[in-house]
Write a protein that binds this ligand. Sequence first.
Ligand SMILES: O=C1O[C@H](COP(=O)(O)O)[C@@H](O)[C@H](O)[C@H]1O
Length: 238
Amino acid sequence: MSKTLVVVVPDADTLAATVASRLVAKIVDAQAERGSAGVVLTGGRIAKRVLAALGSLPEAAAIDWSNVDLWWGDERFLPAGDPERNETQAREAVLDSLPLDPARVHAMPADDGTDAATAAALYAEELGPELPRFDVLMLGVGEDGHVASLFPGYPELALTEGTTSAVHDSPKPPPTRITLTLPAIQSADEVWLIAAGPDKTDSVGRAVNGDKALPAAHATGASKTYWLLDKAAAAKIA
Ligand SMILES: O=C1O[C@H](COP(=O)(O)O)[C@@H](O)[C@H](O)[C@H]1O
């Protein structure tokens, strides 16, 4: 039975440091158990701050970065190196300074002229027929309650089969995206929903209180779901 836990810290800086520190512990524990760790990254503002904080944590030296698989929960379908790509932002925040095995950094395809549906299918192939183990899957939470690129009322939210999907006409720019599906997200051992700031108060409150119209309310981990929040984002949790 999956457990849901809510952790609230005073502000966004403390949240970024707290999540980074928990991530180090999770990766170290996974490597102690299995030799490797699988982490799914998210995009967005708080994610960038978490990754930047990770880069300055002394305890991150305990991680064997060559035995970490990095995946993404979603991607803005833009050309390689575009500053708005989640991959570019993660690389700039920390990835480029870590001794990762490039073959284990599984970025979602960039827009190279191929259509997004083909790109999503390619990522599904990279994930494989059996999903890899995701020890932790991180998600930002949008003001509208979206997670990854699953938006309220969009058809991708209802997918019960397949691991990836293209998203068209996204309400948040850019309009074309690639996302993991809910079944892929829910396969993760732990799902961490991370949100900070007053613009997230309503969506976080509604999702934690169980409003299933919001994609965030469906993002649960196989063993644990953590809501990692600052005080402002947590203000409307009942
Ligand atoms: O566009 C996206 O936005 C969400 C939330 O971002 P935030 O800046 O409001 O924290 C993010 O989780 C998602 O990965 C990204 O593609």
